[in-house]
Design a protein around this ligand. Structure first.
Ligand code: IPE
Ligand code: IPE
Ligand code: MG
Length: 246
């Protein structure tokens, strides 16, 4: 379990306290309608808006959305550039909506490979939403869990080699501080849409004890009601963390 602080209301509400979503199925949504894949991504962006609002209304304190993986660069260049275009648009035009929902935005991922204007817009969007306190919205862009774990490992190795830390002091809490999600509590519910049942290199460390919910709905069709159903399913689960349970 993460040693990062849980949200202030954790323990007083049944949870989930942090919902992570692998937003999958945009391409299949478009294909089923004879539309180009970008049409699915556009409708996917509408679903992002809807689900952020829905999560805020449901009292979910932290929402993390997987938008673009380190492996998604292998897609045709035209699709990658459509996705980056949508991201540019989102960062410029969703700030009012984020504010209305009380959403504080944080972008998680390696920014080095992103265009400089996108990196700048991410910084501005994070700064402008910093004071919002109803829901934390993390959007993972150029995120890959193996890449994240390797970077954390290299950083700790460098610090150990420089004599800044002792190797034996590297415990879970120290390791987590090197991850891109430092300070974010672990997800307790991981949802993947579109019927695929895999993790695809998302939050491998952080989801060690997350409850997994796979839904057949394609991401552009995902509504607040589907999120609510996943929350109900989460509350039915018995979480044991390796113990014997109740
Ligand atoms: C998810 O939808 C969005 C991204 C991964 C960027 P997909 O584009 O993966 O849609 P499918 O899986 O091809 O249907
Ligand atoms: C996972 O979806 C990545 C995102 C949702 C951003 P993919 O569509 O890229 O995953 P695979 O290729 O089906 O595993
Ligand atoms: Mg996919």
């Amino acid at each position: 379990m993460s040693t990062a602080p849980l949200p202030a209301n954790a323990g007083t509400v049944p949870g989930p306290h942090h919902v992570a979503i692998i937003m999958d199925g945009n391409g299949r949504w478009a294909k089923a309608r004879g539309l180009p894949r970008v049409a699915g991504h556009r409708r996917g962006a509408d679903a992002v808006r809807r689900i952020i609002r829905g999560a805020a209304e449901l009292g979910i304190p932290v929402l993390t959305l997987f938008a673009f993986s380190t492996e998604n660069w292998t897609r045709p260049q035209a699709e990658v550039s459509d996705l980056m275009g949508l991201l540019r648009h989102y960062l410029k035009h969703e700030l009012d909506e984020l504010a209305r929902n009380g959403a504080r935005l944080r972008v998680i991922g390696d920014r080095d490979r992103l265009a400089s204007d996108i990196v700048r817009d991410i910084g501005e969007a994070e700064a402008k939403t910093r004071g919002n306190t109803r829901i934390d919205v993390n959007i993972c862009i150029n995120y890959g869990a193996r890449d994240e774990i390797l970077r954390a490992t290299r950083s700790l190795a460098r610090k150990a080699a420089a004599g800044e830390i002792a190797v034996d002091d590297i415990d879970e809490a120290r390791f987590e501080r090197e991850l891109l999600t430092a300070g974010v509590p672990d997800p307790d519910l991981l949802i993947r849409t579109s019927g695929e049942q895999r993790i695809s290199n998302f939050l491998l460390w952080q989801c060690a004890y997350a409850e997994l919910v796979f839904v057949d709905t394609l991401w552009p069709d995902f509504e607040k009601g589907h999120l609510e159903e996943a929350v109900v399913e989460f509350r039915r689960r018995e979480r044991r963390y390796g113990g014997v349970g109740s």
